[in-house]
Design a protein. Sequence first.
Length: 199
Amino acid sequence: MKKKWNWFAYWRYHKKIAKAVADTKGQVLVANGEYIDAFFHSSTGRKPTERSEDVWSSSRPYLQNVPGGEENPYRFVKNYSFSPLELAQKLGISLISKDFGEEDFVILSRTAAGRAKEIKVLGKNYSAAQLRTLLGLASTDMEVKISPQEIQITTYGYGHAVGMSQYGANDLAKAGMTCEEILQHYYPGTVILTLTKAK
């Protein structure tokens, strides 16, 4: 922290973090009597958050589509470009020299929030989450342009978009929402409990 923030900022930020930890000591977030999986990401971007079942295999009732809460939904807009050879290498595919066609990158389905869910690339189907990792993309909210020698991908937001947006939570706090209200926003139906020591 000292290296990243420098000494002055370190003492200021560390004090805030230490206070937050002390103020919430023993508090847990639960749903149906069980601790939740409090997934979070950097930036939701221009679309709502994702349901867990749209990104991974299992459903959690408290991980739903909710507004991202970000004041600037275009904070993270990133551009990528791949030649046929570069794309094939990243996907581990042997590719005979060819030009791209419209069929070489097709979004087959989308999530309820509108991000890519399944994508067909060079004849093979991938989950968008899997392709995001393979290509090093910032998110699965994407727009694609295809030309014979290049695929251009523009992404919006940063991360898997499930659960709490860190930038969104910060913006909501600046707008006056309390910690409890922010948690209810991103994890609807959950309850904060305070653990007590057994006697």
